[in-house]
Design a protein around this ligand. Structure first.
Ligand code: MLC
Ligand code: AMP
Length: 511
């Protein structure tokens, strides 16, 4: 009798490993080679370590470590043992980490040995019982303990609607929200993409993205693993290194900044990309100039797709010409199984090419925000569609174009920055009456934050000191690239700050 498949995402990824477990699964930029057997054994050992801790069902494993193959193994082990992975951007500083750990109450925290002196006390204060270290040179207490564990592990049985990961996304108001994603969300999306993007035997992926967000952790990693494909693993994006490795690869994924930086490399030529099959871009708008220049230089048409932490991938330009052409400036069609619609503020469906709010439903859509039932409810329509906060339109052929956002959000180099959070920090500084943070175009990061600050009556402020203070408290990518102290902010008749006007005033700053 055929046994029913285990809906645990790891079970599907493991089942896709090639029959020859001794083949190369990952090649790193410091010359290490990991076989499929290594991935299997190490994930089993770490899964056994987690099991031995006697954690409760649904326990969160919070991880803030540098990118390494071992960090990826920890992710796989967490899935394998059936716990919930909570990745944290390495740029987050203590106040940010304190919030995430306090909110998620993880049973296990894994951090770098460099940060252990401050992450440890934060975890202890939040009631976390187990703190391990993991460094990017294959050292740390996690691996020391795991080394003593068995290298075989029966994959935990999970249901499709059991949680696999929590990804924190900042909010336009209030604190960050943890988007809860299930095994079913992640696996269904990975399976759709495997098919839609034509993953094929012999594919080799250059993995150059961080592994604490959707793009690097899910889209790129699941894509390669579910296809049993080798990864060329770069611990950090380095355009020269990518160009060097292109001839050995077939697939590359990046945020637009990566494409902009690659185009600055003289080595990026048609010859360098001769074996490439697919270039995927997403997480932020890809400028049409970049799309065109890429095609001219390499002969390849970038495939732009659209996703979110709450939904994984939603829409994609077509892969095969039979499905249609890849259109720059659009994010293509809703993926198979995803219902995507555009509605106006009253809830009426927009007509072809009419601009409105993008709403989605499908097996990829998350199950809610961690311990925020009210917030979750607000973000869904009565008929169960998730309100993305993106504004767009759909043309007669079904191509979706994102034209803006209803959420006050800056996307800088593929990272989200919420002006409300930065303004909150600035407004707390002595002598500050109020502030506004807006996004302006930037040639490298696409968009960056600029702060406009008003001093309290009779006071004086130093813009540089404001930036220096923010740097001591916030992740580096959130720091406004410029700060201006001015006498007043433009307001409309209702007294609301006119951010559009500020954006217009400062749009040429980095031209
Ligand atoms: C670094 N800096 C940034 C920044 N990254 N500033 C704004 N935005 C960013 N994204 C800061 C640094 O702190 C430094 O400041 C200065 O800019 C120059 O740094 P750098 O050395 O040039 O940066 P680098 O380390 O090379 O990083 C750039 C990058 C990185 C583009 C490689 O930001 C990156 O990996 N981005 C990818 C993000 C990502 O994976 N997003 C996917 C989200 S998932 P100073 O002052 O210290 O000099 C998602 C869903 C979906 O959105 O659809 O995929
Ligand atoms: P995150 O919260 O980090 O998952 O970011 C998700 C947001 O990134 C989406 O809501 C969009 O605003 C934006 N985004 C992702 N892909 C694209 C794209 N191809 N074009 C424009 N915006 C995008």
């Amino acid at each position: 009798m055929k046994t029913k498949a285990n809906p645990n995402l790891f079970a599907a990824l493991r089942a896709a490993f090639p029959a020859d477990l001794d083949g190369v699964a990952v090649e790193t930029d410091n010359g290490l080679f990991y076989s499929w057997r290594d991935l299997d054994r190490a994930s089993a050992m770490i899964a056994n370590l987690l099991d031995a801790l006697g954690l409760e069902e649904g326990a969160r494993i919070a991880v803030q470590v540098e990118k390494s193959v071992e960090a990826m193994m920890l992710y796989l082990a967490t899935l394998r043992a059936g716990y919930v992975f909570l990745p944290l951007n390495t740029a987050y500083q203590s106040a940010e980490i304190e919030y995430f750990i306090g909110n998620a109450e993880p049973a296990v925290v894994v951090c770098t040995s460099r940060n252990a002196s401050w992450v440890g006390p934060i975890a202890n204060a939040a009631g976390t019982r187990h703190v391990f270290t993991l460094d990017d040179d294959r050292t740390g207490t996690l691996l020391e303990v795991a080394a003593q564990c068995r290298d075989r592990h029966a994959v935990a049985h999970k249901n499709a609607d059991d949680l696999a990961a929590i990804l924190y996304t900042s909010g336009t108001t209030g604190r960050s929200k943890g988007a809860m994603l299930t095994h079913g969300n992640l696996l269904s999306n990975a399976e759709v993409l495997k098919d839609y993007w034509g993953w094929t035997k012999g594919d080799v992926l250059i993995h150059a993205l961080p592994i604490f967000h959707v793009h690097g952790l899910f889209v790129a990693l699941h894509g390669a693993l579910l296809n049993g494909s080798k990864m060329i693993w770069l611990s950090k994006f380095d355009p020269k290194r990518v160009v060097e490795k292109l001839p050995e690869a077939t697939v590359f994924m990046g945020v637009p900044t990566l494409y902009v930086r690659l185009l600055a490399e003289p080595g990026l030529t048609g010859e360098a990309v001769r074996n490439m099959r697919l270039f995927v871009a997403g997480s932020a708008p890809l400028l049409i100039e970049t799309f065109d220049e890429w095609r001219e230089r390499t002969g390849h048409t970038i495939l732009e797709r659209y996703g979110m932490s709450e939904t994984v991938m939603l829409a994609s330009n077509p892969y095969t010409p039979a499905q249609g052409e890849r259109r720059g400036g659009t994010v293509g069609f809703a993926l198979p199984g995803v219902q995507l619609r555009v509605r106006d503020d009253s809830g009426r469906d927009c007509t072809t090419d009419e601009i409105g709010n993008i709403e989605v439903s499908g097996p990829n859509v998350f199950v809610g925000y961690w311990r925020m039932p009210e917030k979750t409810k607000e973000e869904f329509t009565a008929d169960g569609f998730f309100k993305t906060g993106d504004v767009g339109k759909i043309d007669g052929r079904g191509y979706i174009t994102i034209v803006g956002r209803s959420k006050d959000l800056i996307i800088s180099g593929g990272y989200n920055v919420y002006p409300a959070e930065i303004e909150g920090y600035i407004n707390e500084l002595p002598g500050v009456a109020e502030s506004a943070v807006v996004g302006v175009p930037h040639p490298d990061f696409g968009e960056v934050g600029v702060a406009i600050v008003i001093a309290k009556t009779g006071g004086a402020l130093d813009a540089e000191a404001i930036v220096a203070d923010l740097k001591s408290k916030l992740a580096n990518f959130k720091i406004p690239k410029r700060c201006f102290v001015v006498n007043e902010l433009p307001r409309n008749t209702m007294g609301k700050v006119q951010k559009a006007l500020l954006r217009e005033q400062h749009k040429g700053l980095f031209a």
